[in-house]
Design a protein around this ligand. Structure first.
Ligand code: AMP
Length: 396
């Protein structure tokens, strides 16, 4: 077990918190989805209640080590300020930390909040540079890591800094570990894992790892065609991951050896082109026309998957069942989300990324036990059972 905020004394202390404020912005710099900011609030509010002085930091986008106003955290400062009902001091300097920022941090009083500029404005950040880590650590007495979405990358502000400060997790990381960790170590059974998305080769290790833990594995999305092809079926113009073809065959074999029920779709919705308005029909998987591409699972598959989900104790889902961004090919993804929402007895976990976007699009996020805030991070956690930035948090 990792130490959390509640395991140490933060009262009246100066605390530096790494959050994941990597939020989407529109062309005018408005935040279009504040889920990640909302996710950080329990930690911030607890620290305020403890009269700590709070220094927040995060990356945003990929400024590649250069100060770029497009990636400034200024809109985030304004949004947090509105949410917590008090001023968030924000000093946008290209160095992130300079003499002025050090002075503000040194003079920060109890209950005051300072947000640093995008940590990726500094070249050293992504190289886990020690000097930058030390500069950040010098601003505070305690380091709280609450950036689950960035926990799979050891950078100065996520891992390096912990060499110089006592390190605990915030409440968001604690919640992620409770749900993901529990699902992998001691799941209520049957444990049904659902994988989708476009490519198999991206998720091969995750699937392999799930085959040692899950009772049933449901495969949908673009990756289903690589599995179907590996089973000797023709998939027409559907997306095919040549690189992953042999691996898909091996995974099917491994599932059999391990006694895991691996279910592939029995029907698909296939269209002439990757276009919402393209003519499309439902086909059994052994009848996909040579000139059409499968863009969603079909209704029989949706029913089959929903019935597996209905009788499960734990469901872990990563990757859409079809091209859910196009309304005509969103039905399969929606059916899976609805079946998860309907099973109130099961622990239902959305593994971040596109599936998180999908459940939020369908208005079902609140009906899940947990929606992970980390796409890449949750996949790596499922694969390895830990992450580089979790490792540096002190044990209880
Ligand atoms: P990934 O990033 O690998 O999780 O893939 C997510 C993307 O896969 C989404 O943008 C979906 O639109 C896409 N996708 C899902 N099903 C299909 C499909 N049958 N053909 C092509 N792309 C798909």
């Amino acid at each position: 077990m990792k130490k959390t905020l509640k395991d140490i004394d933060v009262r009246n202390k100066k605390v530096i918190v790494r959050c994941d404020f990597n939020v989407p912005l529109d062309d005018d710099g408005n935040i279009t989805d504040d889920t990640r900011i909302v996710g950080a609030l329990p930690t911030i509010e607890y620290l305020l209640a403890e009269n700590a002085s709070i220094i927040l930091m995060s990356h945003l986008g990929r400024p590649k080590g250069e100060a770029n106003p497009k990636y400034s955290l200024a809109p985030v400062a304004a949004d947090i300020s509105k949410k917590i009902g008090r001023e968030v001091i924000f000093k946008s300097v290209p160095e992130v930390v300079n003499a002025e920022v050090k002075e503000i941090a040194a003079g920060l009083k109890s209950g005051e909040v300072l947000l640093l500029e995008n940590t990726r404005f500094r070249k050293e950040e992504e190289k886990n540079g020690e000097d930058f880590a030390k500069e950040l650590s010098d601003l505070a007495e305690v380091f709280v890591n609450d950036a689950f979405g960035a926990a799979h990358r050891a950078h100065s502000s996520t891992a390096g800094i912990s060499a110089y400060l006592p390190t605990v997790s915030g409440f968001l990381i604690e919640k992620e570990l409770n749900f993901l960790g529990h699902a992998l170590e001691n799941p209520a059974r049957p444990f049904v894992a659902i994988m989708g998305g476009s490519k198999v080769s991206d998720k091969i290790k995750v699937i392999e790892s799930l085959l040692s833990k899950a009772d049933t594995l449901l495969i949908g999305g673009g990756m289903m065609f690589t599995f179907l092809k590996a089973e000797g079926l023709e998939v027409g113009k559907s997306i095919l991951d040549e690189e992953g073809l042999e691996l898909a065959g091996q995974l099917i074999k491994l599932a059999r050896e391990k006694g895991v029920t691996l279910l592939l779709p029995v029907d698909v919705k296939a269209a002439d082109a990757f276009d919402n308005d393209s003519p499309a029909d439902i086909y059994s998987i052994d009848e996909i026309p040579a000139d059409r591409m499968g863009l969603d699972i079909g209704p029989k598959t949706a029913e089959l998957f929903a019935s597996e989900i209905a009788s499960s104790g734990t469901v872990l889902w990563n990757g859409p069942m079809g091209v859910f961004e196009l309304p005509n090919f969103a039905a399969g993804t929606k059916a899976v989300a609805e079946a998860m929402a309907a099973n109130e007895k099961a622990v239902t976990i959305i593994g971040g990324g596109d599936s998180a976007a999908a459940v939020s699009q369908f208005g079902l996020a609140d009906r899940m036990s947990h929606v992970s805030t980390g796409g890449g991070a949750s996949l790596e956690f499922i694969e390895n059972g830990t992450l580089p930035c979790i490792e540096v948090i002190a044990d209880k």
